[in-house]
Ligand binder design. Structure first.
Ligand code: ADP
Length: 207
């Protein structure tokens, strides 16, 4: 007699990389190939919207200097504070991370009933110790290329771009955690080919 088939748990893959490495671009390419996405940055933005508890705690700590004229979080003003002072960055993470984890867990639970691989786009995966993830996909790029792309496509000043890149985990720390590494130092078509290879890797994994 054959045992009844066990329901296969859905695959979860952490996606990370430094700012400007191309994570968001890779996430979109993986969705095109059939993945579903839990996007930590999008969750952060949602939790920091006016009226949310996280928003209120941030205003309680830093006051209206982190708000724009419409009362929304002024990201450059906040970045100015936290990316120049480790203590302030830690305080921000302490305010935001627990709520982000809770919302991510809710979205993961929702997708877990489907069958599509779940991509967890977590910019600070290495820094924030998401050690529960069995599979990690890292997008790697020379920091100089990341700085160049942030200035060219995302409107950063050179100083801001360099500070943001410098405040994150090193490439080596990140790559140590990787099950698969995408090298995004080439053009978009080279990136698409590597995402194809990453997708093959994902489909070969056991959850
Ligand atoms: P991240 O989400 O890691 O911060 P993005 O995916 O937003 O990075 O990429 C940063 C910028 O670089 C975006 O404007 C993106 O379109 C661009 N980009 C990403 N990969 C490439 C590439 N291979 N060639 C040229 N531009 C790229």
């Amino acid at each position: 007699m054959t045992a009844p088939a066990q329901p296969q748990a859905v695959l979860e893959i952490g996606l990370t990389g430094g700012i400007g490495s191309g994570k968001s671009t890779v996430a979109l390419l993986l969705i095109e190939r059939g993945a579903v996405l839990v996007d930590a940055d999008a969750i952060v933005r949602q939790l920091q919207a006016p009226g949310q508890a996280v928003y209120q705690s941030m205003v309680d700590r830093w006051g209206t200097k982190i708000l724009d004229q419409h009362g929304a979080i002024n990201r450059p003003a906040l970045a100015e504070i936290v990316f120049n002072d480790q203590e302030e960055l830690t305080a921000l993470n302490d305010l935001v991370h627990p709520a982000v984890r809770k919302e991510m867990a809710a979205q993961r639970a929702e997708y877990a009933s489907g069958k599509d691989p779940i991509i967890l786009d977590i910019p600070l995966l290495v820094e924030s110790g998401h050690d529960d993830l069995a599979h990690v996909l890292v997008v790697d790029v020379d920091p100089e290329i990341a700085v160049e792309r942030l200035m060219k496509h995302r409107g950063f000043s050179e100083e801001d771009a360099r500070n943001r890149v410098a405040s994150q985990a090193s490439r080596e720390e990140r790559k140590e955690k990787a099950g698969f590494i995408i090298d995004n130092s080439g053009d978009q078509s080279s990136l698409a080919q590597q995402v194809d290879a990453a997708w093959e890797w994902i489909l070969s994994l056991d959850s």
